[in-house]
Design a protein around this ligand. Structure first.
Ligand code: SAM
Length: 273
């Protein structure tokens, strides 16, 4: 009996020591807590093992196609210049950052999705992921340009393939009021559409380990969800912080108020509770 008690006591002490060590390590990273969003400026491979449990991963990792290194400097040229719609397509913009898209991050994606019930991974067609019934397809209505017609998000959702049509190019694009601050920035409405596919009850806390300019976080604010975002680049991290602050400052008049709790500070380990 005493031995059993000692073993249980010892296990609890080990657990407490491990949690204290994790908290200390997490404190070593630059982080911001804005309302129900917890943003960490770090390599997600270091942070993922330290995080509390979350419901779902919704992310847009590097596709490993050199998007940031001018591979696509010529991309965006209209294929058929006699087509007036294709002339309106935006050219690729140089954002001055050069290497974040040089390879895929299979290990980080595996580590992220193994800890949650539901996952949505943009660019899943570049990753080693299991067969699935449900891909979320974003049809970009690109006309005759040499941009891809669609982007594909792998999911493990128990659903059939779903598609959203959402124009996101040139002066005709939707969300024209949103400044493009990242070369692969996603539309907020597309990320909202993705998040809304995640079924109850595991849809409350969303993790994006590759948050870029924070679009998944902005979508979470607008849907009244909790969000944990990780971004390695300090410049994009700053942009994400600002966009998420702005999202809280300009509540969407169409957000169901009942779903949205007032912003408050999150404790370090309570994000998923
Ligand atoms: C495809 S972009 C995400 C763009 C985002 N969806 C948006 O709307 O702005 C991928 C991001 O992952 C970041 N990244 C790359 N490797 C990372 C890592 N190991 N840990 C955290 N972030 C990383 C890159 O800096 C880049 O901003």
């Amino acid at each position: 009996m005493t031995d059993d008690y000692d073993a249980a006591d010892n296990a609890r002490k080990c657990y407490d020591v491990a949690i204290a060590a994790m908290r200390e390590k997490l404190h070593g990273f630059r982080q911001e807590r804005i309302g129900d969003c917890w943003l960490i400026n770090a390599d997600c491979k270091e942070v993922l093992p330290l995080l509390p449990k979350v419901d779902a991963v919704v992310t847009d990792p590097p596709y490993g196609i050199g998007e940031a290194s001018k591979n696509f400097a010529s991309r965006g040229k209209p294929i058929n210049s006699s087509n007036s719609r294709s002339r309106a397509i935006a050219r690729a913009i140089d954002y001055g950052k050069s290497d974040w898209d040089s390879s895929t991050q299979d290990d980080a994606i595996a580590a992220a999705i193994e800890r949650v019930k539901w996952s949505i991974v943009f660019g899943g067609n570049y990753y080693r992921l299991p067969p699935t019934s449900c891909w979320l397809i974003w049809d970009k209505l690109n006309g005759d340009s040499d941009f891809a017609d669609c982007e594909m998000a792998w999911t493990n959702l128990p659903k059939a393939v779903r598609r959203i049509r959402f124009l996101w190019n040139g002066c005709m694009r939707r969300e024209r009021d949103v400044t493009r601050e990242h070369p692969t920035q996603k539309p907020v409405d597309v990320m909202k559409w993705c998040i809304e596919h995640i079924p109850e009850p595991h849809n409350k806390t969303i993790l994006d380990p590759f948050m870029g300019s924070g679009t998944t976080g902005v979508a979470c604010v607008k849907l009244g969800r909790k969000f944990i975002g990780i971004e390695i680049d300090p410049g994009y991290f700053d942009i994400a912080c600002k966009r998420i602050k702005d999202a809280y400052a300009q509540p969407d008049m169409f957000v169901e108020q009942s779903k949205t709790e007032p912003p408050r500070q999150l404790d370090l380990m309570e994000a998923a509770e």
